[in-house]
Design a protein around this ligand. Sequence first.
Ligand SMILES: [Zn+2]
Length: 155
Amino acid sequence: MAKKKTTKKKPVKKAVRTVVRKTAKKKTAKVDALLATVRGAEHRYIGHVRLDVGPAGAARVKRMIYPPGFHWAKDMKPVTGTELCMHAHVGFLARGEIHIEYADGCIVEHKAPHIVAIDPGHDGWVVGSEPAVMIEFDFAGDTVNRLGMPDAHRH
Ligand SMILES: [Zn+2]
């Protein structure tokens, strides 16, 4: 008797679980996790770039959304006041495509999914009609040193 009861209970539990999963899948499908607001992070816009940032150990993790048409020289140069972007960008390009140009004319193109390590001293823009979504790691003002990146692009 005990065995029969156990057997009868199991299909009922499975059926309930299946219904719950179907509901959860429908809700998840509506949210694009790469573009949605990052829970628990700080949110702001800098030169049309959407930035969600949060602490992770001694570092910061940033989800950057560069919109289609974004061009550093046009959108960020007035904000930073430097001739080129002097930040190092280290992380993962999760969506979209970017074009990077260094002062010496070197060109690097990244298309998602791609690991990215961009030296300081570059211009760059979004290629195509999709936003470029980058997950970046930095150490605020000490990013170049602590990530072991060169202070400028060289060979
Ligand atoms: Zn070069």
